[in-house]
Design a protein around this ligand. Structure first.
Ligand code: SF4
Ligand code: SF4
Length: 131
């Protein structure tokens, strides 16, 4: 099994530093790969990254919610969304995203599609996260 970063990721980067096997990579180009991604072939399922994420974006693959129940106000970060987000990451550096949408309270979102996007990121070759 692996852990998976979902569309709740706002590129804070805190997870990267705690991963003991260095299997988390920022997606580039951001217009195609807006999240950070976990290499499913390298992740040892230790769970260390989960509490580091300020947006609770990381789940064990088997626990990914098919109906994530939004609190309201959190962002979903996906190709095709056209909202705007400005914040800062774990190091205080600016994060600007133009692929987001703010969720409404009670809105239900299927996050299981991110299993495929994490895996796909590592299969696209150099420039798409290959190490
Ligand atoms: S800590 Fe959370 S928001 Fe930050 S890069 Fe990792 S998954 Fe994304
Ligand atoms: S579960 Fe552990 S090995 Fe897997 S990405 Fe998170 S910190 Fe890295």
């Amino acid at each position: 099994m692996t852990h998976v970063i979902t569309s709740l990721c706002l590129r804070d980067s805190g997870c990267v530093e705690v991963c003991p096997v260095e299997c988390i990579t920022p997606g580039k180009p951001e217009s195609e790969w807006p999240l950070f991604y976990i290499d499913p072939d390298t992740c040892i399922d230790c769970g260390a990254c989960v509490p580091e994420c300020p947006y609770s974006a990381i789940f064990p693959e088997d626990d990914l919610p098919g109906a994530y129940n939004a609190h309201g106000g959190e962002y979903i970060n996906q190709v095709g969304q056209s909202g705007h987000y400005e914040g800062s990451n774990h190091h205080g550096q600016p994060v600007v995203l133009d692929s987001v949408r703010q969720l409404s309270a009670g809105e239900s979102v299927d996050l299981r599609g991110d299993i495929a996007s994490n895996a796909a990121f590592y299969k696209k070759g150099p420039g798409y996260g290959a190490k």
